[in-house]
Design a protein around this ligand. Structure first.
Ligand SMILES: [Zn+2]
Ligand SMILES: [Zn+2]
Length: 373
């Protein structure tokens, strides 16, 4: 039985471009209970193909999509990240006592707000920009890349700080995707190199670098907010939900039906787009909404679509943000490719207090469009 309770009718453009979805559907408690497994599982650290998978998904989602040009731009950047990640770049890693200290404090060992960024991230950026300047990309992207090449070190560091603070004041939204791409590369390398060192060291190094930290709502490796969550299907992880880091792409286990902002387990509902015929144009993406604090985070489901990728699918489902936002809910996920006046990380405004609530739902704007469309 399909009890559909349509809870919004705010207009908007459908993700497919053809199936215009003007409503969202509230899941029944029975549906929510299905597969709501809560058995903990280990972290999933970023693998070598993390950016290639993202590029592939973005290209797939771009087909017939109203945001096609922007998704293709994002795919191009992800592909460049992949090419760059294949080149070795040794970084300075925290030592054993740094790790012990972080562990004792319940903090992530590579906290993006406190772990010193190395100049290597700016080298990553330089290489990315050089690749884009010579690539077959739209002229505005080339112009943006050329412009960023002129930015001095202090400006880049200020922008990086704003970005790593979750979209702090002064952040340039057009530059953010490219700066974030370089920072993502830097932190993926840090995570991978620290894990490699631990695995190679055998008995000489005893502390596993990554594990539980005090705050389960942020990345246990780098402390960043999630971009979205993903329910997985592979073997022992079947049906389990992981939060996906917006910076280092680590995925960490988080029980289902629990707010990722205030951790309430009450008043959680799931909403997804439904078209005028009552069909679900994109079953793989839902918004997990919290009545208690008024925030929501997207959830993507591998059991509905094997290829889902949290950052890519979040970007391509902006319509859901618009509709859920019209219900007064505030976006909790952080996506550096969707800087549209994000709420502060500590924003605890209650639902309804949205007269000036930021986020895609209230901006009325399109994403930054380096493609010039
Ligand atoms: Zn992370
Ligand atoms: Zn909440």
């Amino acid at each position: 039985m399909t009890a559909t309770s349509n809870t919004g009718n705010a207009g908007g453009t459908g993700e497919t471009g053809k199936t215009v979805s003007s409503q969202i559907r509230l899941m029944t408690p029975e549906e929510i209970a299905v597969n709501a497994g809560a058995r903990p599982a280990p972290l999933r650290l970023p693998e070598a193909g993390v950016f290639a998978e993202r590029a592939l998904r973005l290209r797939q989602l771009a087909q017939d999509h109203p945001m096609r040009d922007y998704l293709l731009f994002a795919a191009e950047v992800a592909q460049r990240q992949h090419e760059q990640l294949k080149q070795a770049r040794p970084l300075t890693l925290p030592n054993e006592s740094d790790l012990a200290e972080a562990m004792a404090a319940g903090q992530p060992p590579l906290d993006s707000r406190t772990f010193a960024r190395q100049s290597a991230w700016r080298d990553e950026l330089k290489n990315l920009l050089q690749a884009l300047v010579t690539a077959a990309v739209p002229a505005p992207v080339q112009a943006l890349a050329k412009d960023l090449m002129q930015w001095d070190e202090a400006t880049l560091e200020r922008q990086a700080h704003a970005l790593l603070s979750g979209g702090g004041p002064g952040l340039d939204p057009a530059a953010a995707p490219l700066l974030a791409a370089a920072l993502q590369l830097h932190w993926v390398r840090l995570v991978q190199q620290l894990q490699d060192r631990y695995q190679r060291a055998g008995k000489t190094e005893h502390l596993a670098p990554f594990g539980l930290i005090d705050d389960p709502t942020v990345c246990p490796c780098c402390g960043s907010r999630p971009v979205a969550s993903i329910t997985r299907i592979a073997a022992e992880m079947s049906g389990q939900r992981f939060l996906a880091c917006s910076l280092c792409a680590t995925q960490w286990h988080y029980v289902r039906i629990k707010c990722t902002h205030c951790q309430s387990t009450k008043g959680i509902s799931f909403r997804q787009l439904v078209d005028d015929d009552g069909k679900l144009p994109n079953e793989a993406v839902q918004a997990e909404c919290c009545e208690t604090c008024g925030h929501y985070l997207k959830q993507v489901h591998m059991e509905k679509d094997l290829q889902v990728e949290p950052l890519a699918d979040d970007l391509a489902s902006l319509t859901l943000d618009l509709l859920v936002g019209d219900l007064g809910l505030v976006r909790h996920g952080f996506n550096p490719l969707l800087i549209l006046g994000e709420p502060d990380a500590g924003d605890d405004r209650p639902p309804g207090d949205d007269t000036q609530a930021p986020g895609p739902a209230h901006s009325g704007a399109a994403p930054p469009d380096p493609g010039g469309h």
